[in-house]
Design a protein around this ligand. Structure first.
Ligand code: SF4
Length: 386
């Protein structure tokens, strides 16, 4: 069995909590006895909402160590559920309804959360982190639909979010509404279309829960990935290999998600790579963003379609992204920029190396035009042609 260093013992708390963890009522002791539940939220509640502050407090109070969680047969089910949650986050739509009746099942559900966070941290992949946080948030939203308003308010306070109950509905401070709906661009979610009174937006229950979903996702995402050491990597070697395989298969299907009317198979390797990096939520350098926006514009995408390519842009970046798109495409500037030439792309290190078509051209747009005419051998794609 893999032995853990002593300094690993206290680190389970870090994996168990989603963020700050100082305000809660200290739970009573006794792992599965009926007196084991924290005095503010019962084990059943912690199993449903394992990102709550009380959840990590519960685990700490029960003295479940990281070593035990990762190696004891008693926690095998928690490990299996944790791994399944990460895989499901990649493979499936968010339809999970997690209901555990027996205390042992509830404990497994609760402990599965730090296990899943360990796995996500070990893989250090932005896309996986987002998918995991999203799926957990949707599962929570689904459970909250059937929970009481008190539970909703309790969770909202921890996100933190100024959400209050009012006449059978809810109201949220407009600043929190803006903060947590910034990635929702549909008309019904624009602030101008909301009833606002004295600084608060009035929301029906289901709309309040939808806003909470975004906040929960962000709450879970914060702080991930956490540092993971060699011992953990060794214990989860097989699981990590499996999840990495699913992750890579998922990424291979990105292709032209949300790309609209243009053909991804005609993209030069540079633009294909930039697009994949953006859809994988990786950091793309400024020149890369400039190049892909100008390229997409010149092959026929509108500003809104280009914006959608950038996907779930964090709120702090949403306005900047819109501004950049409008500026580059000449909507808000006197210049309609063209993508850089190959020589410039090379000097900025964003040319991944020429394929056989690249050798005949000097500009990425030429590649797209030629590829449209070119009848390539079967099976060769824009990214694999050499
Ligand atoms: S040679 Fe030009 S078109 Fe080909 S990958 Fe490099 S920058 Fe893109």
């Amino acid at each position: 069995m893999v032995r853990f260093r002593k300094d690993l013992r206290p680190t389970l708390g870090a994996f168990a909590m989603s963020s700050g963890d100082s305000m809660f009522t200290v739970p009573r002791r006794g792992l599965l006895s009926c007196t084991s539940v924290p005095s503010t939220v019962e084990l059943a509640g912690l199993a449903k909402y394992p990102f709550l502050q009380e959840a990590s407090a519960f685990i700490r109070a029960e003295h479940v160590t990281l070593e035990e969680l990762l190696s004891e047969p008693a926690y095998a089910r928690a490990r299996a559920i944790g791994r399944a949650r990460v895989v499901e986050a990649l493979e499936k739509g968010p339809d999970a309804k997690r209901v555990a009746i027996a205390p042992a099942d509830q404990l497994s559900q609760l402990l599965a959360y730090p296990v899943a966070r360990i796995l996500v941290s070990a893989l250090e992949d932005t896309y996986l982190t987002r998918r995991f946080a999203l799926r957990e948030a949707i599962a929570a939203e689904s459970l909250l639909e059937e929970d009481s308003d008190e539970v909703i308010l309790h969770i909202a306070a921890q996100l933190p979010m100024d959400l209050r109950r009012e006449n059978g509905a809810f109201r949220i401070h407009f600043s929190d509404f803006l903060r947590f709906t910034s990635t929702m661009r549909d008309t019904p979610w624009k602030l101008i279309n909301q009833p606002v009174e004295r600084g608060y937006v009035r929301l029906r229950r289901e709309k309040a829960l939808r806003v909470m979903r975004n906040a929960i996702q962000r709450h879970i995402e914060q702080g991930l990935p956490l540092p993971v050491n060699e011992e953990i990597l060794t214990v989860f070697k097989g699981d990590l290999r499996e999840i990495r395989g699913v992750l890579e298969a998922k990424k291979a299907t990105f292709k032209a998600e949300d790309i609209g009317k243009v053909s991804i198979t005609r993209f030069p390797p540079c633009m294909y790579n930039l697009l994949a990096q953006i859809q994988n939520h990786e950091n793309v350098p400024h020149m890369g963003r400039f190049a892909i926006v100008a390229f997409l514009h010149h092959i026929g995408l509108g500003n809104e379609e280009i914006y959608r390519v950038f996907g779930d842009v964090p709120d702090f970046a949403a306005d900047v992204t819109k501004y950049q798109i409008e500026h580059i495409t000449g909507t808000s500037s006197p210049t309609e920029y063209t993508p850089p030439e190959c020589s410039t792309m090379k000097s900025y290190g964003i040319c991944p190396g020429p394929d056989r078509i690249c050798l005949t051209i000097k500009h990425p747009l030429s590649y797209y035009r030629i590829k449209g005419r070119d009848r390539r051998p079967r099976g060769e794609s824009a990214s694999t042609a050499t």
